[in-house]
Design a binder for this molecule. Structure first.
Ligand SMILES: *Cc1c(COP(=O)(O)O)cnc(C)c1O
Length: 401
């Protein structure tokens, strides 16, 4: 299953605009680095030599193609045909490595010897440190000081893999501040440094590039479902933090008349509580991290902190392509609360013997909220495995099982 990106009707324009969203809202000093990256990505986007290298590592190192698994335990309960796209089985335990492998190879092509990345819970930091070790690149990770405290184990993993971890003390000391610092660092080190962004967000060309790198998910899933069912699915579901596993899962289905793509944001303690990560449902368009997109913000335009039980979904922004797809009505968006996700975490563990990441449990939970799915065929992106969440799960579920 050799993968190479496809150009879609909903691709951004030359300067990265998805309709009015996206773009490159950055200080002038960052423009040369972005233009250099844009040129480099254009040169490899459809280059079979580059993609041979990517495919080789995805196959031999990551373990792709990931299975499309018929979850009969879930399906029997719902009277539907439920398939799970098993990104949890990738090396490092989630979809993020699809992106870091390809960006790492691009960095090498561009002659860069260092990579930097931002990370929230540490998953993208670990995926970046992993490919840096693999490819012989120096690696520095920017992480909010608060997250460094909360995510001890991932900090240790990154160090074990040879990365240097910077604890960022500015602002709320979380992901958005780590991203600000990574961008600042890149401005002054762009000559030898490649910035690996972890989701389909940031200034152009990142949203397009990351979506292309993750679109292997739906490229595979479409062939797999055609082989198993001789038809495409009625629904495709994925959880949304910045939106990369969702865009990867949706890309090859968005233009299909008979498939409805549904993105699930973090409902946290409920949309009315003010504690959630539902940027599309309750945000307004604004600029953060070099892009125009929906954003959780105050009336004065200050960023509101996002909240979710799952660290990978508590980002106050969202990739610009999702804002566009929502306004165009091409994708439906909804949310799932912490409690619903935790119920689904237990449900999937017991019905299938698969422990999902808290993030992925949001997409699973939505199955129970969908009306009229009897006899429908549904693919859910199982973006990651639950190992990283075990300590937190034990805390939450202690005495309840
Ligand atoms: C990081 C992460 C997410 C959220 O990121 P997206 O870019 O929205 O996909 C979802 N699931 C898992 C397992 C993650 O690690």
């Amino acid at each position: 299953m050799n993968y190479i990106p496809t150009a879609f009707g909903f691709d951004p324009d030359e300067r990265g605009h998805f309709g009015k969203f996206g773009g490159r809202f950055v200080p002038e000093t960052l423009m040369p680095a972005l233009l250099e990256l844009d040129e480099a990505y254009k040169a490899v986007r459809f280059d079979s030599g580059f993609w041979d290298e990517v495919n080789d590592l995805l196959h031999e190192y990551v373990g792709r193609p990931s299975p499309l698994y018929l979850a009969e335990g879930l399906g029997d309960e719902l009277g539907a045909n439920i398939y799970l796209k098993r990104e949890d089985l990738n090396h490092t335990g989630a979809h993020k490595v699809n992106n870091t492998i390809a960006q790492g190879l691009l960095a090498k092509r561009m002659g860069k010897r260092r990579v930097i990345a931002e990370t929230g819970a540490g998953q993208h930091g670990v995926a970046t440190a992993t490919i840096a070790a693999l490819m012989g690149l120096e690696c520095e990770i920017f992480m909010g000081a608060k997250d460094v405290q909360r995510q001890e184990l991932n900090v240790f993993r990154m160090k074990l893999l040879g990365a240097k971890v910077h604890a960022v003390e500015s602002g709320s000391r979380t992901l958005k501040d780590a991203m600000n610092d990574a961008i600042r660092h890149w401005v002054t080190h762009a000559r030898d440094t490649f910035y690996i962004i972890g989701t389909a967000a940031g200034p152009h060309p990142y949203p397009l590039m990351v979506r292309d790198f993750q679109a292997i998910i739906s490229h595979e899933a479409k062939q797999q479902i055609l082989q198993k069912e001789q038809r495409i699915p009625d629904y495709v579901l994925a959880c949304i933090g910045g939106g990369s596993n969702a865009l990867g899962m949706f890309a090859h289905f968005i233009e299909e008349e008979t498939t409805q793509c549904i993105g699930i944001e973090a409902g946290g303690r409920g949309l009315a509580s003010g504690q959630h990560g539902a940027s599309l449902a309750l945000g307004r368009p604004g600029i953060l991290h070099g892009q125009l997109s929906y954003l959780l913000q105050t009336d004065e335009g200050q960023i509101n902190e996002a909240y979710s039980i799952s660290a990978g979904l508590d980002y106050p922004g969202i990739g610009p392509e999702h804002s566009y797809l929502m306004e165009q009505g091409k994708v439906v968006y909804d949310s799932v609360t912490d409690d619903e996700a935790m119920d689904a975490f237990v449900w999937l563990s017991r019905a299938e013997g698969i422990v999902p990441a808290f993030e992925s449990a949001h997409a699973i939970a939505y199955l129970r909220k969908m009306p009229d799915i009897r006899d429908k065929t549904i693919i859910v992106s199982l973006s990651g495995r639950g190992d990283k969440d075990m300590v937190q799960a034990m805390d939450i579920l202690k005495g309840k099982l």
